[in-house]
Design a protein around this ligand. Structure first.
Ligand code: FEO
Ligand code: CA
Ligand code: CA
Length: 599
């Protein structure tokens, strides 16, 4: 069975199985309590190729880079005391910080029955006054994505029976639990963040919501002629645009309606469709999923759009930078072993203040794939690169719909794929000051990379539109660095890099992953001020969860975070392995929290 034929549950299970047998424990640990300022050599290396802050970076940056607190002796202390690694069934935070649950799976979001979906992942906070340039950090809209469902909780379907098929009612329940939530949130007078009933904004987008396709693949034969598609699913991480919309990324879409476009043998085999989770009379074409979806959280009536120029892959997230010429550059990674990193460059230019015009910037441009062997971005341009026509692609639309196969084509000169296979790129984030591009490569057991690393890319001349780049491994996971399987990334207002980890649930606290304990929340001090590669643990998630989607308010005083799949290894609803958030019924519930306590 190929990756394309697997259901969501099967993909998750295989990922676990690939991970390795136990190794001896008892490895030494470093002290994480204090650290010294970096030597100048490390500083110089960490800052190589750095250019002045771009206009767009200033918009996204909440303030000047500020070092951690200094004491008189020159030692530098963190703004928190790092926690000990733990396997507790709790969201453990550094002393002085606390969390409040904003919304749990199943709680109401809209007055017409819309509920907060399952497995919340990405979060994005929009100040309620953002469209007027405001930075309100106590009142805003929170977008939350819902990546996938655990059937036994959401629909009651038993996915351990290979021959069982979901009923239409079970499929409907699962369709309603994915997608995204837009909800008003307010920090009350006691400093507690609360969900707010607000019919002007609160909205659920799910696998039944109509949305449009834009770009070269819209209406194409490769997209089955569609200009409108039904719903979004597999919504993993995402990104925020400078014009205050959210980009939600469809990642492991292949499990719902299958995948039929990237293998001729499979496309002729309708067994694939029958094995998909949502096979049935209203099954949708697979080509309608695997896109980046743009949602306007400020316009409840607006129709989401899937932008085909950003390619069709298992998108983790999107990170946006405005280039020196004003074009939008959108970086995105394909989270699958031996798949690629891409960037899109818009045709049009960003016009500050003209939201209506900016709304169309992602509808036209060009997609590039990263060739790390040559340090270049290769345009996936059907008209100007014969490689696609020579290999049977019929038009630009097909290159976009079948992006992974197009990126895997062999360059006749280098005899290597035009896009370099990578170690499962999860989040990409652009440094707010210098524009360097950070990529979390979570792991790839195909190549013995079990702990993952964070890559830092330097565009030539610091230009986001550059066709050449250099790169380095910025931080490597492992027992000594203290983290493994980096997933989502975020920069805070002081440009400290926040990293959350996603060691597979079945590997946690076992074998070579024993020392890490539960998945955690980590901070790497601002790399241009201090030693690069140092990392300190700020928090730890409940049993078998991953913490996802870290997002700060503009004032930096609140960190929103999703707790996804607590108790994921539970074999039945009667015997959950986690009962977080411990609210009385013994049911583990994916939830979004607000973390406060930042000075
Ligand atoms: Fe949905 Fe790549 O994590
Ligand atoms: Ca992720
Ligand atoms: Ca992940």
């Amino acid at each position: 069975m190929t990756e394309k034929q697997k259901t969501v549950q099967q993909v998750k299970k295989e990922k676990r199985d690939r991970e390795v047998e136990p190794a001896p424990s008892g490895m030494s640990r470093r002290s994480f309590l204090t650290f010294l300022g970096a030597g100048s050599a490390a500083l110089a290396a960490g800052s190589a190729g750095v250019l002045p802050k771009s206009a767009e970076a200033q918009q996204f940056s909440a303030g000047a880079s500020t070092p951690f607190r200094d004491d008189a002796a020159g030692a530098v202390k963190l703004f928190f005391n790092p926690i000990e690694r733990t396997d507790a069934d709790e969201l453990v935070l550094a002393e002085g910080f606390r969390y409040d649950i904003v919304r749990r799976w199943g709680e109401p979001v809209t007055s017409d029955g819309g509920e907060f979906g399952f497995n919340c992942d990405y979060t994005a906070y929009f100040p309620i006054d953002a469209l007027g340039g405001g930075r309100n950090s106590q009142d805003g809209l929170l977008f939350v994505s819902h990546e996938y469902v655990d059937s036994k909780w959401v629909s009651g379907f038993d996915d351990s029976d290979e021959d069982a098929r979901r009923t239409p009612e079970q499929i409907a329940a699962e369709k309603a639990a994915v997608g995204g939530t837009v909800m008003r949130v307010i920090c009350n007078s006691q400093g507690v963040w609360e969900f707010v009933e607000d019919e002007d904004y609160n909205r659920r987008i799910d696998a039944t919501t109509p949305m449009d396709l834009t770009g070269a693949a819209a209406g194409s034969e490769a997209a089955q002629g569609a200009t409108e598609v039904i719903g979004t699913l597999a919504n993993c991480s995402g990104g925020v645009t400078p014009w205050n919309t959210v980009l939600s990324c469809e990642e492991n879409f292949q499990g719902y309606y299958g995948e039929a476009t990237d293998d001729e043998d499979i496309s002729e085999d309708d067994e694939l469709q029958n094995d998909a989770d949502w096979a049935g009379d209203d099954a949708q074409p697979p080509e309608h999923y695997g896109w980046v979806v743009e949602v306007d959280p400020f316009d409840k009536g607006s129709k989401p759009r899937k932008h085909t120029w950003l390619g069709r892959v298992r998108h983790e997230n999107v990170a946006i930078r405005i280039s020196g010429s004003g074009r939008v550059v959108a970086y995105t990674g394909h989270d699958e072993p031996d798949q690629c990193i891409y960037k899109f460059i818009s045709s049009g230019t960003y016009i500050p203040g003209d939201r209506r015009a900016n709304m169309d910037l992602l509808t036209d441009g060009m997609l590039y794939v990263a060739d790390f062997s040559e340090g270049r971005w290769v345009a996936m341009d059907y008209e100007n690169n014969p490689i696609f026509r020579d290999n049977g692609f019929s038009d630009q639309a097909e290159v976009l719909v079948r992006t992974p196969e197009a990126a895997a084509l062999e360059d006749p000169e280098t005899e290597a794929p035009i896009g370099t296979p990578m170690d499962r790129c999860e989040d990409i984030e652009v440094h707010p000051d210098d524009g360097t591009v950070y990529c979390a490569l979570t792991n790839n057991s195909n190549h013995g990379n079990f702990y993952g690393q964070i890559l830092r890319m330097y565009e030539a001349g610091g230009d986001a539109e550059a066709t050449e780049f250099t790169f380095e491994v910025f931080a490597a996971g492992g027992p000594n660095t203290g983290f493994a399987s980096p997933d989502n990334l975020a920069f805070d207002r002081r440009n400290h890099l926040w990293v959350v980890t996603d060691i597979s649930s079945s590997s946690l606290n076992d074998g070579i992953y024993s020392s890490f304990k539960n998945n955690g929340i980590f901070v790497m001090p601002s790399v241009n001020d201090y030693e690069r590669g140092e990392i300190y643990q700020f928090g730890s998630g409940p049993v078998e969860c991953e913490t996802t989607g870290p997002a700060f308010t503009p004032d930096g005083r609140t960190l929103f975070l999703a707790v996804q799949h607590p108790g994921e290894e539970s074999e039945s609803v009667e015997n959950p392995t986690s009962t977080w958030p411990h609210d009385g019924d013994g049911v583990p519930k994916p939830s979004v929290v607000a973390i406060t306590g930042f000075a």
